[in-house]
Design a protein around this ligand. Sequence first.
Ligand code: UT7
Length: 332
Amino acid sequence: MSKITAAITGVGGYLPEYVLSNQILETMVDTNDEWITTRTGIKERRILKEEGKGSSFLAIKAAEDLINKTGVDPKDIDLVIVSTATPDMKAASTAAYTATQIGAVNAFSYDLEAACSSFLFGMSTAAAYIESGRYKKVLLIGADKNSSMINYKDRATCIIFGDGAGAVLFEPNDEGLGLQDELLRSNGEGREFLHAQYGGSSYPMTQEAFDEDKHFVFQDGKTVFKNAVFNMADVAERILKRNNLTNNDIAWLAAHQANKRIIDATANRINLEEEKVMMNIQKYGNTTSATLPLLLYDYESQLKKGDNIIFAAFGGGFTWGSIYFKWAYNSN
Ligand code: UT7
């Protein structure tokens, strides 16, 4: 009997309407379009403005898009995983709310948090459930409302992040398509360089911390940049090597969209031509857990059955990794 593999059989996405352009940011902090474009590749990002709407709002919209496109009956979904670094609220699962709202009434659900690697690690989790034969339909959603934890007075972070969500459906495949191999890593020594210090269990919120903006994201950009370049390129190169793949075998690189220069460095390390590098950072910025599924959402029409895709991500924690994946369908 051939091994069951876990393939992606559908993609959905959602971006909030409000566009925060570099030009608007110029009016908010001491920055300019030229600096942002050359240092990051970002031109604009989307922001969810409506009060009371959190990451679940984005997740539900992306899931509904997938359901409409694929025709999957939400009642047949076994499990809903919401990868997110910005859950709706503490002590209540964002995934549970999302699953109920989309009509996945027979599913169990939970959140998965690994900063910007949340979706990549979620792919591993979703695939393992399918490969084991235990479940047949796993909905994996990457959703982040980053604007909820960004200080729009801090030019070092507010120019980078945006809000958005993407969703994929994992199902069993008997042609060997889907997840082929993974190399996932973490190193907790990295957390001092990228975190939101207050508001969690180590440092519950105080009035003083709030007044000093310590609940917002802090990033030592240079250190994170160096680690991201080294580690993302390293795992991408290693996963190619151990699967005896060369650049000619790879159809696409789907890399976490944090900075165009980090993506370019990863592509260079594996000698991949620019045309094979998925890129939408210019439109959405860094949407944390949503970058990888939003790449699939934007590029779905160009993907072909059997295409080899290398996924790669790096994020807070630090967390990082790479996945070698075979695409399972042609879009019509
Ligand atoms: O997704 C999770 C992982 N996150 C990442 O991968 C992000 C990694 N880091 C980065 O992408 C980059 O480090 C940044 C885009 C955040 C910053 O780029 P950089 O080339 O590392 O700039 P820098 O922080 O070294 O700053 C260079 C200069 C500084 O001025 P001085 O000290 O040289 O006079 C900054 O104050 O640029 C200044 N600067 C800015 N200038 C205009 C910093 N931010 C801005 C800004 N506009 N927004």
